[in-house]
Design a protein around this ligand. Structure first.
Ligand code: UDX
Ligand code: ADP
Length: 480
């Protein structure tokens, strides 16, 4: 029986291994982690991450051929294939601070593999890492063990949160990079055989190691670039009276452009886009490619601009101050159908409003109060460390109130901001919300999910990203 061990039971490791276990009943899959609480949650009724369909998959295989454990060393020692899916935070100090990936957790996982292994192993990079990480890992492994042979593969994960199970069941492609030696090719084939249990052969692409590593950074940079492009257009639409939704629809009909990933928003978030682009920028700079680095940097700058613009719209439309005013924040996760808040635009928007002394009442169907308070007090990039190493929960801020109902959040508020496109926000009773708000009552739709005409009919002053402006907003100056 082939044995797989995955180090890191997070958003990538957990769902990916659960699907491998489901689709390959003859393979034993162990997911291990240093976080005791995370492993306990994977073994309990309340899984540590919210992902539609995940619970069903886990329940089918847990205890059969899927195991979650903190006994890292034993499971690694027994495995034929070891996936590594640990944190890769952005460095906050030293060389490459603010851009380069901190490979501390990767390195310690590699050293541990070298220490405990008694048989040859295939080691698979699953977390996104800078190009040439595999080479570094290879060196650590070979310099620390004499008899044992390792083959390193890069097998980047392309799943998106909220649709992870669907993406894993039916991936656009599976990418496997490896050495071009006979041993390297044999290792690629072994991993290919795992995916071939359910992925059609023509969707399994094999490349050299560096191409696979770079493809992951490139894919995320291209996707993020589309959002920054459409968000840049949204600012121009507001200035000219065009409607960004109509523009997106029109350009998306061009089959060369395609309709997906063209929704203008308050900005992209998530654990990957910003981090991977910063990594790409750093690699370009290290290779003396300043123009290329600056090109990709701009994608992040436009994203920051979009978040700032949103805050400025709110403040300027409320007579240039939100001091002491209650603002309801509907949605805190970085997208719908996840409880994940890593790099969510809500953090920057909330911090911007708090900076102007607003009082926030926040509601998100999947994010806990503790998480929100932590996010609003944490320093940039601190989120990307194992849970037990993250800063402790701060005392609750008096300016921030987290509630469990959208109506309660909006009660007596001056404004309502939609920051995540949760379906339930589309069907709220906005008349009821309006009746219970201070007047003038504002709505700022950061996800373009609401019916602007209907809201204006009710009496709201409405701002929706990239849509023709309400006369009220035309008269107020929003300087980014
Ligand atoms: C992304 C990639 O899609 C995935 O392939 C990779 O493995 C990890 O990074 P994820 O971050 O989970 O996945 O979510 P994604 O759906 O890509 O959304 C990222 C951000 O972009 C979200 O904040 C989302 O709201 C925003 N977005 C997405 C837009 O603002 N507009 C769009 O049209 C699409
Ligand atoms: P991703 O979104 O890439 O899956 P996460 O932060 O959700 O990232 O998951 C990474 C996991 O890796 C965390 O649960 C963390 O505790 C775990 N981890 C980090 N370093 C190690 C290590 N050396 N050994 C085992 N697990 C580790």
């Amino acid at each position: 029986m082939v044995k797989i061990c995955c180090i890191g039971a997070g958003y990538v490791g957990g769902p990916t291994m659960a699907v491998i276990a489901l689709k390959c009943p003859k393979i034993e899959v162990a997911v291990v982690d240093i976080s005791v609480s995370r492993i306990a949650a994977w073994n309990g009724d309340q899984l540590p991450i919210y992902e539609p369909g995940l619970e069903d998959v886990v329940k089918q295989c847990r205890g059969r051929n899927l195991f979650f454990s903190t006994d890292i060393e034993n499971h690694v020692a027994e495995a034929d294939i070891v996936f590594v899916s640990v944190n890769t935070p952005t460095k906050t100090q030293g060389l490459g601070a603010g851009k380069a990936a901190d490979l501390t957790y990767w390195e310690s996982a590699a050293r541990m593999i070298a220490d405990v292994s008694k048989s040859n192993k295939i080691v698979v990079e699953k977390s996104t890492v800078p190009v040439k990480t595999a080479e570094a890992i290879e060196k650590i492994l070979t310099h620390n063990s004499r008899e044992i042979k390792y083959q390193i593969l890069s097998n980047p994960e392309f799943l998106a949160e909220g649709t992870a199970i669907q993406d894993l069941f039916n991936p656009d492609r599976v990418l496997i990079g490896g050495r071009e030696t006979p041993e390297g090719q044999k290792a690629i084939q072994a991993l290919k055989d795992v995916y071939a249990h359910w992925v059609p052969e023509d969707r399994i692409i094999t490349t050299n190691l560096w191409s696979a590593e770079l493809s992951k950074l490139a894919a995320n940079a291209f996707l993020a670039q589309r959002i920054s492009s459409v968000n840049a257009m949204s600012a121009l639409c507001e200035a000219t009276g065009a409607d960004v939704t109509q523009v997106s629809h029109a350009i998306g009909k061009d089959t060369r452009i395609g309709p997906r990933f063209l929704n203008s928003s308050v900005g992209f978030g998530g654990s990957c886009f910003q981090k991977d682009i910063l990594n790409l920028v750093y690699i370009c700079e290290c290779n003396g490619l300043t123009e290329v680095a600056n090109y990709w940097k701009q994608v992040i700058k436009v994203n920051d601009y979009q978040k700032n613009r949103f805050v400025n719209r709110i403040v300027s439309s409320m007579f240039n101050t939100v001091s002491g005013k209650k603002i309801a924040i509907l949605g805190f996760a970085f997208k719908k159908d996840t409880g994940d808040t890593r790099e969510t635009p809500a953090i920057d928007v909330c911090k911007g409003l708090l900076g102007d002394k607003a009082k926030l009442s926040i509601y998100d169907p999947q994010v806990t109060e503790d998480q929100i308070q932590r996010d609003l007090s944490m320093k940039k990039f601190d989120w990307d460390h194992p849970i037990h190493l993250q800063p402790m929960s701060p005392p609750a801020s008096k300016q921030v109130n987290v509630v469990w109902d959208a109506y309660q959040a909006a009660k007596d508020a001056h404004g309502v901001c939609i920051l995540t496109e949760w379906d339930e926000f589309k069907t709220l009773d906005y008349q009821k919300i309006f009746d219970n708000m201070r007047k003038p009552a504002y709505i700022f739709d950061g996800r373009n999910i609401l019916d602007v005409a209907k809201l204006r009919e009710i009496g709201f002053i409405v701002y929706s990203i990239g849509k023709p402006l309400d006369p009220w907003h035309k008269d107020t100056l929003a300087v980014a």
